[in-house]
Design a protein around this ligand. Sequence first.
Ligand code: 13P
Ligand code: SF4
Length: 315
Amino acid sequence: MATYTEITEEIQRLKAEKNAVILAHNYQIPEVQDLADYVGDSLGLSQIAGRTEAEMIVFCGVHFMAETAAIISPDKKVLIPDPEAGCSLADSITVEQLREWKRQHPDAVVVSYVNTTAAIKAESDYCCTSTNAVKVVQAIPEDREILFLPDMFLGAYISEVTGRKLYIWPGECHVHAAIRPEEIVEMRRAHPTADMLIHPECGCVTSCMYLTTDDSVGLGETYIYSTEGMIKHVNRSPRDEFLIATEVGILHRMQKEAPGKTFYPINREAICQYMKMITPEKVLRSLREEVFEVRVDEAIASKARRAIDRMLAIV
Ligand code: 13P
Ligand code: SF4
């Protein structure tokens, strides 16, 4: 069996030969993050996919993310090392359900979180990520009804921040929904001076929002961020302890980029098994055999592109 070094050397050789780039989400296993050219969040990776000169993109993330890259870059070959890497949140709404919802609100603007299939994006007016969701909603005229899907916790959070009434689809990510307010309270008590970073998909996010206004001198503060927002915060913050409420794969990058700091996951079991399906061996096979190509039907892609372009324009 080949060693990790042998696998990565062969990956580098094939990458150069095929003019390929490897993108990895912040929740990927450490070995995959370490061999990637770029590690980032949904928005950042979409932006890189859009501007890369490479002819081939190996997307180490879940299927909807690779689909987004394929929609943005129709002239490039987009590969996912394991096509079974799905997303419970993206699966929480079907196109038929969305069409029926739109029939009930014919004048509404549809805003879809990026964790959706290409077919759902094609039925949407705007796409957004956790980085720009608030700005996307703020860009919609006050008098328009908004259907927000599929994450109910992110939807409730945006509604609170913007003061807008949203119709919210009751979908959730099983990993983030399991991060409960009680765990936050317990960890906050145990580490009072740590900054707390919460992903807006978390089940605790709306009940924890009041914590973001807590400015008690000397105590840690609470922030709600996308995964990339969390990385930026730990790098620039003068604090040395952080409580992290998201999927635990992100700790690898934090420890690597801020080795002198300490990170406590709120829930050590917050593991996305879909993200962990990608391995260095599968990345190598993907490059060598050019599998598994992610293609989106052009009729769907061109409609989805509109919603994604609007998302990329608001950052
Ligand atoms: P980010 O865009 O914040 O990386 O989130 C993507 C995701 O799937 C979170 O579960
Ligand atoms: Fe989907 Fe949740 Fe995994 Fe993110 S963590 S990819 S939302 S299942």
